[in-house]
Design a protein around this ligand. Structure first.
Ligand code: AMP
Length: 559
């Protein structure tokens, strides 16, 4: 263990005694830690199951045992306390063991999005200064070519996943199962190694795409993660509980799989971890076979599963979460008609751990017409307990009324909301009074329901993943014939949004769309390539001569 066991002591004296003085309470100052989530599952729910790739079944007891061995193994690799331990992995039980062992031993879990371009990937690994990378065997070819440009990474640990992907002969590469095989599991209480101050230690790191510039790191703490976890357990919202069977289809590298893995373990729900599968029949088959009660996915995945719903017995399902992009009311209603369960909005951001707001009706809507209820469900919903949400005028920064009409930028404050970014200036992402600016535009009604109507941030969300229009514009304008370019989102039935580039060429140039796409192909991830390149004589401008994307959207009828 990196630290000596230190059990927090109870403070014996209260601050202030006289009338009019503030007074401290006398409750135990126990820290909120991920170690508690692990040890609670181990003590109370050791028999509960995790079903993982290849129909493998393990218990929480076995996961905890491996977690304890992994803690020792990280020590033996001399991974220091506070070091970033990266994962490049699908939803599997080994990834779950990393979710637990890394923070329980006071290291920081950096889950990497496997869909990043090599350039972004190398940037974030170097920026995070990852010490070790745990990578699924099947995914090794996506990241290993960057290995020599990642000088701080001392160890590469391959997670067996049933694939037979070739493993390069390199002394830095280790095998996960061999690493933890036979090592002495940590026998003490991880939880007791934490002091009250330690609850603020960093536990996890996720990078999110900014409007401009580099991806930015959101650094979670034990405290923020545990409170967010309790948020996912709050009844009336997601309300995870022991009888649930929880299937995060949303990847564990995508904003902590929306807190579902920690939430399930905290409450003793069974977990189903479907690997990287996006095959609708496979996912539905798994939901039916495992009697899944709660599942979470981006709308693109729910859309792909919709046509096959009736072919599967989903009678156990009680709650489906849709987030990352707006869930179309028609999609939600398709699920409600087919299986009796709509898709409930989960709105949030990587910066909000990520869940801030959950949709659905409440008692005041019981007598509403079916149509009115559909409209309520179409809203993003109400903030979770402890989360504060407001809308402000984008120009003046003045808070706007909660009247369901005024549209303003959504700002959020709460104990699991980021207050800054890892090793970079937060710039204008935070207000002077410390609220997070989300870049989303919404109304809030008198009952506190948030309804997202648009986005001010210059980003495109395709299949739940960001594409930076600013970055695409940068690479397109590196072509010598391009004078001006604007990239905007086009609504797409499958991916929700796809990029389209509007380009002004220099006089006399004859460059074609294909030539432009070929020019940028080596510079961006393949799925970033615009679906269309439209040549224009000029692009619309604002009164001050700035490119007006809203006018472009209007003139091209892209809402
Ligand atoms: P990310 O940090 O990748 O999780 O992206 C967060 C952004 O995704 C938000 O600021 C929204 O623009 C969008 N988003 C997430 N959830 C929803 C939702 N339920 N409805 C509409 N937009 C959403």
């Amino acid at each position: 263990m990196p630290d000596e066991a230190r059990v927090p002591t109870v403070i014996g004296a209260a601050r202030g005694a006289g009338t009019g003085d503030v007074m401290d309470g006398l409750m135990q100052p126990r820290p909120l830690t991920i170690a508690h989530i692990l040890e609670r599952a181990e003590r109370l729910y050791a028999h509960k199951q995790v079903t993982t790739v290849g129909a493998e079944r393990v218990t929480y007891g076995e996961v905890a045992h491996n977690t304890r061995r992994l803690g020792t193994a990280l020590d033996s690799l001399d991974v220091p306390v506070g070091a970033r331990v990266a994962t490049f992995a699908a939803n599997t039980r080994r990834h779950l063991e990393l979710y637990l062992a890394v923070p329980a031993t006071k290291r920081v879990l950096h889950s990497i999005n496997i869909r990043l371009s090599a350039e972004h990937l190398e940037y974030i690994v170097n920026h995070a200064e990852d010490d070790v990378i745990f990578v699924d065997r099947e995914l090794l070819p996506r990241i290993w070519p960057s290995a020599d440009r990642l000088p701080k990474v001392r160890h590469w640990v391959v997670l067996p996943d049933g694939s037979d992907t070739a493993i390069p002969a390199d002394p830095r590469i280790l095998d996960y199962d061999e690493l933890i095989e036979g090592v002495e599991p940590f026998a003490g209480s991880f939880e007791d190694t934490f002091t009250l101050a330690d609850e603020n230690l960093a536990s996890g790191l996720c990078y999110t795409s900014g409007t401009t510039g580099r991806p930015k790191g959101v650094l979670y703490s034990h405290r923020s993660t545990v409170l967010h976890c309790l948020g996912t357990l709050a009844a009336g919202f997601i309300g995870l509980c022991e009888s649930d069977v929880v299937m995060p289809i949303v990847p564990m590298f995508h904003a902590n799989a929306w807190g579902l893995p920690y939430g399930a373990m905290m409450t003793g729900a069974s977990l189903v971890l479907p690997g990287l599968s996006s095959n609708p029949a496979h996912l539905l088959g798994l939901m039916a076979a495992e009697r899944v009660t709660v599942a979470g996915a981006v709308p693109t995945v729910w859309t792909s599963m919709a046509p096959k719903l009736r072919a599967h017995d989903l009678s156990a399902t009680r709650f489906l979460l849709g987030g990352g992009s707006a869930v179309a009311p028609a999609l939600s209603e398709t699920y409600r008609a087919a299986i009796g369960v709509p898709i409930t909005h989960s709105w949030g951001m990587t910066e909000i751990s990520p869940v801030g707001v959950i949709g659905g009706t409440r008692t005041q809507h019981r007598d509403a017409t079916a149509e009115e209820q559909v409209a309520v469900r179409a809203a993003q919903g109400q903030p979770l307990p402890l989360v504060n949400v407001r809308i402000v005028d984008v120009e003046t920064g003045q808070e706007l009324p909660r009247d369901g009409d005024a549209v303003g930028e959504v700002q959020v404050a709460g104990p699991w909301v980021a207050g800054g970014y890892f090793r970079v200036d937060g710039g204008d992402s935070f207000t002077a009074d410390g609220w997070l600016r989300t870049g989303d535009l919404a109304t809030i009604d008198a009952s506190g329901y948030l309804r997202i109507v648009d986005r001010v941030k210059d980003l495109i969300k395709s299949g739940g993943e960001w594409i930076s229009s600013v970055e695409l514009e940068g690479v397109i304008s590196s072509h010598p014939d391009v004078v001006e370019v604007a990239v905007i989102a086009r609504p797409d039935p499958r991916w929700m949004e796809r990029p389209v580039a509007y380009v002004v060429l220099r006089d006399g140039a004859t460059t074609t769309a294909d030539e432009l796409l070929r020019h940028i192909t080596p510079m961006v991830a393949k799925w970033w390539l615009p679906d269309d390149v439209v040549f224009m004589p000029t692009l619309p401008k604002t009164g001050t001569g700035k490119l007006s994307k809203s006018a472009l959207r209007d003139s091209t009828r892209i809402a």
